[in-house]
Design a protein around this ligand. Structure first.
Ligand code: ADP
Ligand code: AMP
Length: 214
């Protein structure tokens, strides 16, 4: 299972990836998570990525492709992976094609989680993440038992700096301009599958599993 999880920011890629990891025990590779870890650790990569992330822009292709190339070469990716948030440009998709071929792997499908723009802003602005274990919540759609506290590990929940309404508008514009063309790209490649993301999380997941088995 070498799966791409596509969709606009806030569509539910991370949420669905977490469920897939639980069921299929394959690595979840989120470029957004990798960049956030680099920012937290104040590495050179993190300093470079932060400038772009804060403005809702994409990190340059060469940087992003480089970190994905390294990660996919690790042994745990042989049996499968869930790539979340990569590729986001046609250049990244072309690079991925080469990386996967060099590793002797084949992409299974590109799953696009489709959600209308007005819902995406509400999802992103209400998103909360556990500082300790990374679990994702939503103040309205997936509220923790105790406000601000992770149900799983008791860690403190935080809001991503780029989950403001203003930055989200930029991220959606970037999505429309640079990432949306990948829908045609993967249709042409015969890998494209669409999921209706405007449904309760568990229903979205059962649709994901149905598509994967189909
Ligand atoms: P992405 O990884 O695509 O940016 P997330 O999985 O982090 O998106 O989801 C964004 C926010 O929307 C989170 O707060 C999450 O809890 C919430 N969410 C995810 N899926 C759904 C859904 N089907 N219905 C309502 N809210 C959702
Ligand atoms: P995400 O967690 O997927 O919402 O990504 C958060 C931010 O990280 C994005 O707004 C970009 O600035 C950066 N980022 C994540 N993935 C990529 C990618 N594939 N290409 C370029 N930038 C990315």
């Amino acid at each position: 299972m070498h799966i791409l999880l596509m969709g606009p920011p806030g569509a539910g890629k991370g949420t669905q990836a977490a469920k897939l990891v639980e069921q299929f025990h394959i690595p979840h590779i989120s470029t957004g998570d990798m960049f956030r870890a680099a920012v937290k650790n104040q590495t050179e990569l993190g300093k470079r990525a932060k400038v772009c992330m804060d403005q809702g822009k994409l990190v340059p292709d060469d940087v992003t492709i480089g970190i994905v190339r390294e990660r996919l070469a690790e042994a745990d990716c042989k049996k499968g992976f869930i790539l979340d948030g990569f590729p986001r440009t046609v250049e990244q998709a072309e690079a991925l094609e080469n990386i996967v071929a060099e590793l002797g792997l084949k992409l299974t499908c590109a799953l696009n989680i489709n959600v209308p723009a007005q819902e995406l802003i509400e999802r992103a602005v209400g998103r909360r993440i556990c500082k300790k274990c990374g679990a994702t919540y939503h103040v309205k759609f997936k509220a923790p038992g105790k406000a601000g506290v992770c149900d799983i590990c008791g860690g403190e929940l935080y809001q991503r700096a780029d989950d403001s309404e203003a930055t989200m508008k930029n991220r959606l514009a970037v999505y429309d301009g640079q990432t949306k063309p990948l829908i045609e790209y993967y249709k042409k490649a015969g890998l494209y599958k669409e999921i209706n993301g405007s449904q309760p999380m568990d229903k979205v997941y059962s649709d994901v599993v149905t598509v994967l088995h189909g």
